[in-house]
Design a protein around this ligand. Structure first.
Ligand code: ATP
Length: 362
């Protein structure tokens, strides 16, 4: 549906986008994710038509959009700050784009009501924006965006002004809405949790380039670089050197810690002597005072360096060697209730050979 080919953009001497290529399918919920300044908003603004690339093509259903003004693109953008007209009612706000397009009055009424139903606010037609909660205002902004039936809906950090509870509720509503209306969504966020929760696919951006493009679980479990592993969720990154390997396994010497065996994902190949990075998610690590290592597990001794009680889980930072900390996450209740540890306790940690993911370092 949308094809982006070799898009580059400079602001003065600063290269904001460095040759970005993307294919986005019809009906996809696609997210551009990355830290502040990585270029995601610039890319979104180019798709909307608010910014022109220095070079490259933006093809929407095969037609090059570069040079087409925003209002002539079958695209609509929802911004973080809602951008509703305060002196107009909800219905007037939603009707506005249709009036601009000279749609007939009775059709406008029907489409406004349909848009209000889509965002589950059928009774708010007569309300003014000031009388709505932040979440309701954002739903109205989305309803206004949907009313012209765009082929592509662009959402620029639309939930970042909402509190955590409202954000979670809106995330669920966005997933359902996107399924219901079937429109392609391109969503910009710097919040990795939000990206994982919402998206069919995510492009992680760094310094004007796409660092990795994958489905959420693939990004989380198989990051392709130190940057992606670190940016998506909590992750232990352990420096290592390969001591031996075959197609399915690698034996590593973890620097300052000791030897460990890991399973290799199909796309990963390493050779003896190569430096690499073992990425280990905190929830994949077992920790106990006396741990009976299972088949296929590696275990090490350490000392509790810090604890962080978070209610449902506790985060333990375990010092495995001078200055080398490993973060482990243990459940506090239910069937998975874990032992409690205090700073200074001696413990053992273990993980399965398939728990970690290996990244070959250049
Ligand atoms: P954020 O999450 O902070 O919005 P972002 O990833 O969306 O970040 P962009 O807004 O795309 O980043 O900006 C990318 C880089 O380009 C930033 O360093 C920004 O300062 C710069 N930039 C963006 N627009 C302009 C402009 N009009 N003039 C000069 N520099 C710009």
């Amino acid at each position: 549906m949308l094809e982006i080919r070799g898009i580059s953009k400079k602001f003065g001497d600063f290269e904001a986008l460095k040759g970005v290529d993307l294919h986005i399918g019809a009906g996809e919920f696609f997210t551009l994710l990355g830290p502040s300044g990585c270029g995601k908003t610039t890319l979104l603004r180019m798709i909307a038509g608010f910014e022109a690339p220095d070079s490259g093509e933006i093809l929407l259903e095969g037609k090059d959009m570069v040079g087409t003004p925003p209002e002539q693109r079958p695209v609509h953008t929802v911004f973080q700050n809602y951008a509703l007209f305060p002196h107009m009612t909800v219905a007037q706000n939603i009707a506005f784009p249709l009036q601009m397009a000279r749609v007939q009055a009775d059709e406008i009424d029907a489409r406004v009501q349909q848009a209000l139903d889509n965002v589950h606010l059928p009774d708010k037609a007569g309300a003014y924006p000031a009388a709505l909660s932040g979440g309701q205002r954002q739903r109205i902004a989305i309803a206004r965006a949907l009313v012209k039936r765009p082929r592509l809906l662009l959402l620029d950090e639309p939930l970042s002004a909402l509190d955590a509870k409202m954000r979670e509720q809106m995330q669920i509503e966005l997933i359902n809405l996107q399924k219901e209306v079937g429109i392609t969504f391109i969503y910009v966020t710097h919040d990795q949790g939000e990206a994982l929760a919402l998206s069919h696919r995510i492009a992680v951006m760094n310094q004007g380039k796409i660092a990795q493009l994958d489905q959420p679980a693939q990004l989380y479990n198989h990051p392709n670089s130190r940057f992606v592993a670190d940016f998506i969720g909590q992750c232990n990154l352990l420096e290592a050197t390969v001591t031996d390997s075959d197609r399915h396994h690698a034996d590593l010497e973890l620097h300052h810690i000791g030897p460990v065996r890991v399973s290799l994902a199909p796309a990963v190949t390493v050779t003896k002597g190569q430096r690499c990075l073992l990425t280990l998610r905190p929830e994949k690590i077992r920790i106990a005072r006396n741990l009976h290592a299972l088949v296929d597990e590696t275990h090490f001794c350490g000392k509790i360096h810090d604890t962080l009680y978070l209610g449902d889980v506790t985060v333990y930072k375990v010092e495995l060697a001078q200055g080398i900390l490993l973060e482990a996450l243990l459940a506090n209740s239910g069937n998975h209730a874990s032992e409690r540890f205090a700073v200074g306790d001696s413990v053992e940690v273990a993980w399965n050979s398939s728990a970690g993911h290996l990244i070959a370092e250049p």
